[in-house]
Design a protein around this ligand. Structure first.
Ligand code: HPA
Ligand code: ZN
Length: 326
């Protein structure tokens, strides 16, 4: 049967997408040339060949280097529009996208250049495709608490256009507890809170994200499966997990797509969703991720529908908007 057509036609929300991770090598070259920025690659093929990672840090080093070509509001808008065009083609009707302001402010690009450019791209996607979106500001966890607080202060003029805060970058050695106070401050401003936890870090980091950061959604969360009591807690609490299958395989956190635990998560009662994380680096957009787990794990249409439905239930859309998407 036409499983690919079924997946493409199913409305879905993307809840775990780093916009800087959607920078395709072709656009990287175009922006490098437009901005007169040197990049350490001779061709698009050479860039793609460099995308072999054995862990999260391997990837992060090359991902932060790639972001160096992003200089102007127009660059950020073009990046976002390119992502939304591909997402719309995959049947995405709503996306909640991450950006890493510190990756840009640390190289002299003001917060507003990234924010204004991305917001312009989001408006364009809604006009062009009817694709709605929300913006989530991620703190880089390898940097310190003061730097995160400075970033939250810089965000103030845009705060009504930012849905929430997140936590990403190098997980092990940078537990959620390091950012308890800044997440408290964000919560007091009415922002939603999400955090990457249990991607490479232990189940204890997931517990910290719940107890100390008061997260509304858990990014990745795979290693929760090592702790049955934690699984029960996440399932009973209706916590959404934003799982990224191709990312898990590319970063060697899962041996192959054929042993990915996505269906086990569903059977355990977890509200799991399928997302692309950094599609330009991990070999596929959200449709590729759905197709990969559908084939690799032999998912039936019922499981695929559950995953898509979970993506809207786990979104930060109001209940009436969720109902309109389902
Ligand atoms: N994990 C942590 N940080 C990240 C990721 C990820 O998968 N992608 C971009 N920043
Ligand atoms: Zn991520």
């Amino acid at each position: 049967d036409d499983l690919d057509g079924f997946i493409a036609g199913l409305p879905k929300a993307e809840l775990h997408l780093h916009i800087e991770g959607s920078l395709e090598p072709e656009l990287m070259f175009a922006l490098a040339s437009r901005n007169g920025v040197e990049i350490p690659f001779k061709s698009v093929e050479e860039v793609r060949a460099a995308y072999e990672f054995s862990n999260l840090q391997d990837f992060l080093d090359i991902y932060y280097a790639g972001a160096n070509v992003l200089r102007t509001e127009e660059d950020f808008r073009d990046l976002a529009v390119a992502y939304f065009d591909r997402a719309a083609a995959d049947g995405v009707t709503h996306a909640e996208i991450f950006f890493d302001p510190q990756t840009h402010t640390h190289r002299g690009i003001p917060f507003g250049v990234a924010a204004n450019g991305l917001l312009a791209g989001m408006a364009e996607a809604e006009a062009k495709h009817g694709l709605t979106s929300k913006l989530i500001l991620c703190f880089l966890r390898h940097l310190d608490e003061d730097d995160a607080f400075r970033t939250l202060t810089q965000a103030q003029p845009w705060i009504d256009r930012i849905a929430g805060v997140g936590l990403d970058s190098s997980e092990v050695g940078h537990p959620p507890s390091k950012f308890q106070r800044v997440f408290d401050a964000a919560g007091a401003m009415g922002l939603k809170r999400v955090a990457h936890a249990g991607e490479e870090g232990p189940p204890e980091y997931v517990r910290e994200a719940l107890d100390l950061l008061h997260i509304d959604r858990l990014d990745h969360g795979n290693r929760s499966l090592e702790d049955p009591q934690l699984v029960t807690r996440l399932a009973r609490g209706g916590m959404t997990l934003t799982v990224c299958p191709l990312s898990n395989v590319k970063l060697c956190n899962v041996a192959s797509i054929d042993v990915h635990p996505i269906d086990r998560m569903l059977k355990l009662g977890l509200r799991a969703t399928v997302n692309s994380d950094d599609p330009a680096y991990f070999g596929g957009y959200i449709g590729d991720n759905y197709r990969a787990v559908a084939r690799g794990r032999g998912l039936g249409r019922d499981a695929i529908v559950t995953l898509a439905r979970n993506s809207f239930l786990g979104s930060f859309l109001a209940d009436d908007a969720v109902a309109a998407h389902l």
